[in-house]
Design a protein around this ligand. Structure first.
Ligand code: SF4
Length: 371
């Protein structure tokens, strides 16, 4: 069993000062990074807390009762989040995804959703609003989220077998309640609901076919995610990765598939349709089939740091600008300058950069900036 690493350097404390470009960078919606990738997708983490302890994300040994979670005063307020989001939208963002930790733990999140639902893209369209959740609170909240303006949810579910699922969430949470949440989301019109299953070889790969069987023909889109070396605490090993190509092979042997085109530029999932018309299934293959070339995603941490990659080690402190009295143009200019110099493509370079778990290049935790 790989040794878990207790974090030595807390990325949440160290951050890069947001630039104040001499030549302001106006928000025109045409922003591109050094690899000519536009800024289209903003993921906003609204809490660093979660009620699950999935070992590939928030292992219990690290995220225990003594773990120093962020004090509430450090978190961006809903007004601050909306103000920042407005600058990103002016730079071309069309889709906002709320994440965490577990976003439904953030009190009154419906208020934030209602604020974000007012935002319009550069061509006047409503911004696409989605949320990723572990589903534990969804049955209770689905209708209110929809009424506040949320359009879609993605639910993380790593197995149907209750024993397997309870072991993977590591808080003994029953699978039935998550399935109720998925049903409530469908009923509330938060669809098409997507379900993400992280596949860990030797742990839950035998759940691939039962999950496919369960969600086929329901309109819910199931995606299998390769187990990733996110953060520095999950003890990741390559031999615990089940490549997506193998997942597709197993599915195809049981339920013949045909390939589908990506639904949108920068989409992370490779899409497949069941030949018999029972819907769609997907795979997300950050380890074996990197998709950095079209990555148009920025991530905002719970207390206002901008990260340019899921595997980044440092973020730019936008909260200091917000709370330091900067105007909207100055904030937009800073966002523009940061994205403009972006060259991140970790998954393409995986294995070429020597690991540095405890040092400055330690990767930030997924539970802090959202998946
Ligand atoms: S590894 Fe980073 S740059 Fe590549 S797709 Fe993922 S988030 Fe984007």
């Amino acid at each position: 069993m790989a040794e878990r690493v207790i974090p030595l350097v807390d990325q949440r404390i160290s951050g890069l000062a947001a630039p104040r470009p001499v030549q302001p960078i106006p928000a025109t919606g045409q922003l591109a990074d050094r690899l000519h990738r536009p800024l289209r997708d903003l993921r906003i983490s609204v809490t660093d807390r979660c009620n699950f302890r999935c070992s590939y994300c928030m292992p219990k040994e690290v995220f225990d009762k003594d773990y120093p979670y962020l004090p509430h005063a450090d978190l961006l307020s809903f007004e601050e989040i909306t103000r920042l989001a407005r600058q990103f939208v002016a730079h071309g963002v069309r889709k906002i995804r709320l994440t965490g930790g577990e976003p439904l733990l953030r009190k009154n999140i419906e208020i934030l959703i209602a604020q974000l639902a007012q935002l319009r893209t550069v061509d006047g369209q409503p911004v696409e609003l989605a949320l990723t959740t572990n589903g534990s609170l969804l049955a209770r909240k689905a209708r209110a989220l929809r009424e506040a303006g949320l359009q879609r949810v993605t639910v993380s579910l790593d197995g149907l077998d209750d024993t397997v699922f309870r072991r993977m969430n590591d808080v003994d949470f029953p699978v039935a309640q998550v399935l109720e949440g998925i049903a409530a989301a469908r009923e509330a019109g938060l669809g098409p609901v997507k379900v993400n299953m992280v596949v860990k070889r030797g742990t839950n790969e035998h759940e691939i076919l039962p999950m496919a069987q369960h969600f086929r023909g329901t309109g819910t889109v199931l995606r299998f995610i390769e187990y990733m070396d996110v953060g520095a605490t999950n003890g990741w090993r390559m031999d615990e990765v089940l490549p997506s190509a193998e997942v597709v092979q197993r599915l195809h042997a049981a339920f013949p598939l045909r390939a589908l085109e990506p639904a949108a530029p920068g989409e992370t999932a490779e899409r497949w349709a069941y030949e018999d018309g029972a819907g769609e299934v997907g795979v997300i293959s950050s380890v074996t089939q990197a998709f950095c070339g079209s990555c148009n995603r920025a991530r905002l941490s719970t207390e206002g740091k901008l990260y340019l990659c899921l595997f980044a080690s440092q973020g730019w402190d936008l909260r200091a600008l917000l709370r330091g009295g900067a105007g909207d143009e100055e904030i937009a200019s800073a966002v523009g300058a940061i994205w403009h110099q972006r060259g991140d493509r970790y998954s393409e370079l995986r294995g070429q950069v020597p690991p540095d778990a405890g040092g400055a290049r330690r990767r930030v935790e997924m539970s802090y900036i959202g998946g």
